[in-house]
Design a protein around this ligand. Structure first.
Ligand code: HEC
Length: 406
């Protein structure tokens, strides 16, 4: 134990030297504690020497503030350590910031006020602590502010661990109260670019959707498959593989989305892949099973986003053949979409339509409808095309749906 070593050394010295070396220690300890006593990552704390009162005794406060919930790599953050306990009058602390998983030094600690704080290192770990004047003898509390700069690249969760001393200013290690505290910060969640869009996903009521994701790039790809309900909320499904994916160059991944309970009714929505590296191609296949038998399969290629889309129309109510569209708004802003019906000769029919479902289509929402619903004509017989156009050149993702019950 540190304290015992220290006492043993003191006891071995002659009387004169004890006084002289105690004076030296006075500078050595109150002028900065020994390193490696933060109380975190398995380290001892100041009670190694400042014993006598229980650790974290009631009536005191010891806080680490300014640590962001999520750190941005390379950003600097002012951190404040504060300690108080009524009746006490001299203060000290020691703090380190380390990777939760590796225990390595995380980021950089900098003393912005070198009168009352100092940074020293041991074993590759930086420790910031009080200085002699930094003990703020005679004050009712101790406060220290310094900078922490997040590592240049994210290293996962980082924990700040500190031990503090609410001392009684008797120039010795007796009658002091020791406190410990930790605060953890996580890397900021960075959303990766959308690399595949599936404007229509159906799950439940006999439907499952199978996503086939192929990496045609030369680098490995890593990202996430994200399924979203029509109203923009996360879609609860049972996935056959984890939604976070890595696909090697030339590799493929097959992920089936099934209802959480086999009896769940159909839920529709859309999906996207956000990824980095490689080049993603994807196909979503809707499989309709009735009574355990696969009754039909329909495939939809992953769509690019667009501000104009033309869908061929060959509707005939007498044959039960209807054209529809599935539109997903993958952006963070609302979009307004009008539909222009064009006949087989290329001539617009009537006025542009603005179905309320698409005006607006909220951020991250989805709509699937049939043209006959927009025209309010269940007996529709129409050939030509329908053109979907977003106001202001905004982007959306769309696929054609064809119902053919004949
Ligand atoms: C190895 C033993 C040892 C450890 C560990 C230790 N100290 Fe001390 N500390 C002392 C001694 C001995 C004194 C009295 C002599 C002096 O003031 O330097 C002292 C004095 C102090 C004082 C002034 C006390 C008073 O009442 O005047 C403060 C403040 C202090 N230490 C803070 C800390 C903090 C904070 C830690 C933990 C992060 C710590 N010390 C860890 C040995 C230690």
């Amino acid at each position: 134990m540190r304290g015992q070593e220290h006492l043993g050394w003191k006891a071995s010295l002659g009387g004169f030297y004890v006084i002289a070396s105690t004076a030296g220690l006075l500078l050595a300890f109150s002028g900065g504690p020994p390193l490696g006593v933060t109380g975190d990552f398995g380290q001892p704390n100041c009670t190694d020497c400042h014993s006598g009162n229980s650790l974290n005794a009631a009536g005191g406060t010891f806080t680490i503030s300014g640590v962001p919930a999520e750190y941005v790599p390379g950003n600097a953050y002012p951190i404040t350590v504060a300690i108080s306990k009524s009746g006490q009058s001299r203060w000290g602390f020691e703090l380190a910031a380390r990777s939760v998983t590796s225990g390595q030094q995380a980021g950089t600690l900098t003393a912005t006020n070198t009168t009352n704080t100092q940074v020293r290192s041991s074993g590759g770990i930086q420790y910031i602590s009080h200085t002699g004047p930094g003990t703020q003898a005679g004050s009712a509390q101790g406060t220290w502010t310094f900078n922490w700069t997040a590592p240049a690249t994210a290293v996962g969760a980082i924990r700040f661990g500190a031990a503090g001393n609410a001392a009684n200013n008797n120039l010795s290690n007796s009658g002091d109260f020791i406190y410990t505290a930790t605060v953890t910060t996580d890397p900021v969640s960075v959303s990766q670019p959308i690399t595949a869009l599936f404007p229509q996903v159906a799950v439940g009521g006999g439907f499952t959707t199978l996503f086939t994701l192929v990496n045609t790039g030369i680098d490995a790809l890593s990202g996430n498959l994200i399924l979203t309900n029509s109203n923009g909320s996360p879609m609860e499904v049972a996935l056959s593989a984890p939604s976070s994916l890595t696909i090697p160059s030339g590799g493929a991944k097959f992920i089936e989305a099934a209802p959480v309970n086999p009896t769940d009714s159909t839920a529709a929505g859309w999906a996207r892949v956000e990824s980095a590296g490689g080049a993603l191609g994807g196909v979503a296949t809707f499989q309709f099973a009735s009574g355990g038998q696969l009754a039909s399969v329909a495939g939809v290629l992953s769509a690019d986003d667009t501000d104009v889309a033309t869908i061929p129309v060959d509707d005939d109510a007498t044959k039960g053949r209807f054209t529809g569209y599935a539109v997903a708004n993958h952006e963070d802003n609302d979009v307004n979409i009008r539909i222009i019906l064009v006949d087989a000769n290329g001539v617009p029919v009537g006025q542009p339509m603005r179905p309320s479902q698409l005006n607006p289509l909220r951020a991250k929402n989805h709509v699937a409808r049939f043209l006959f619903q927009d025209l309010n004509d269940p007996n529709l017989k129409q050939q030509g095309s329908m053109v979907l156009i977003a106001d202001g050149g905004r982007k959306f993702a769309v696929v054609a749906l064809v119902q053919n019950s004949g």
